[in-house]
Design a protein around this ligand. Sequence first.
Ligand SMILES: Cc1cc2nc3c(=O)[nH]c(=O)nc-3n(C[C@H](O)[C@H](O)[C@H](O)COP(=O)(O)OP(=O)(O)OC[C@H]3O[C@@H](n4cnc5c(N)ncnc54)[C@H](O)[C@@H]3O)c2cc1C
Length: 283
Amino acid sequence: MTELSATGGRDVHTVRFPAATPPATVDVLVVGAGPVGLAAAVEPTARGVRAAVVDRARTATLVRAGAMGHTPRAVEHLRRWGLLQRVRDAWTYPPQWHRGTRLVTSLAGHELVPVPAPSFTDRATATRHSSGEALRRPQTVFQRVFLDHLREQGVSVSGGWELTELREDEREVDAEVVDVGSGEPRTIRAALRMAEHGAFPEGLGADEELRRFHSFYGHPDEIVAALGQEKVLPVATDLITQFNPAVPDHDAAVRALELIATEVAPALGRQPAHRAEPASAGA
Ligand SMILES: Cc1cc2nc3c(=O)[nH]c(=O)nc-3n(C[C@H](O)[C@H](O)[C@H](O)COP(=O)(O)OP(=O)(O)OC[C@H]3O[C@@H](n4cnc5c(N)ncnc54)[C@H](O)[C@@H]3O)c2cc1C
């Protein structure tokens, strides 16, 4: 019997996901290595938060049609991540590839209305709310660039692993994944999914709320130890601390500032940004 190709023999762009085993623990687990999932891993990675990605598919291909044109807002994000030039340098469809869109009642049915294809270079149709310009690149190009970037950043991306179950307690989530080839199960422990429930759902204790506000109290040694656990600290250029000025009297407030300046900040290797001088009147 003749083997029929899904693409009619045409060459299509296929991106292979890495065959890595997912890590046992991670701060942010992203399920799905489509352009959205990979972008969702790029963002926390840029902020020093450890992310990992799993996808049940082993490859992404243009056989499963996807994005072709990207809005100026999407282009702004690519620039922010430092990935715009890499996406621009990647291949794109030949100019004759997109011949317009037709709205029909079925593949063999009646045409409803003609939908002319907007030009990607026509400034008249470009948005007036962004400095970016719409970009035309296949979805797999985004995935290739994101995958290369994540590999360079040491982020684990595992193709062939399907999420089957999520279990959570107040602080963490256990994601059950299965190797789609061998059926081997694996548990990935990830930090709390704040986006799903909101950062401050009802019933949180005061300690947990303070932790989520990145507020610490106690002896300076305890505050130094707690701040030392903050994941963004090693990559933060500045450390801005403040105390709660509502409760203590003037002397206690000055003492709190003094402790931050003389004990907490130096213990974390931080120096004052400049000499503190009282602002002159009228400045
Ligand atoms: C014909 C067509 C044309 C389009 N044109 C455009 C366009 O021009 N511009 C544009 O911006 N958008 C366009 N889109 C839309 C765009 O393709 C989608 O918005 C985009 O693919 C969504 O990305 P995603 O990462 O959310 O999802 P997907 O790309 O669908 O990725 C989801 C991934 O999750 C994985 N997954 C799902 N469940 C599990 C699980 N349980 N465990 C592990 N992995 C799992 C899947 O295998 C998949 O790889 C088009 C879509 C189509 C179909």
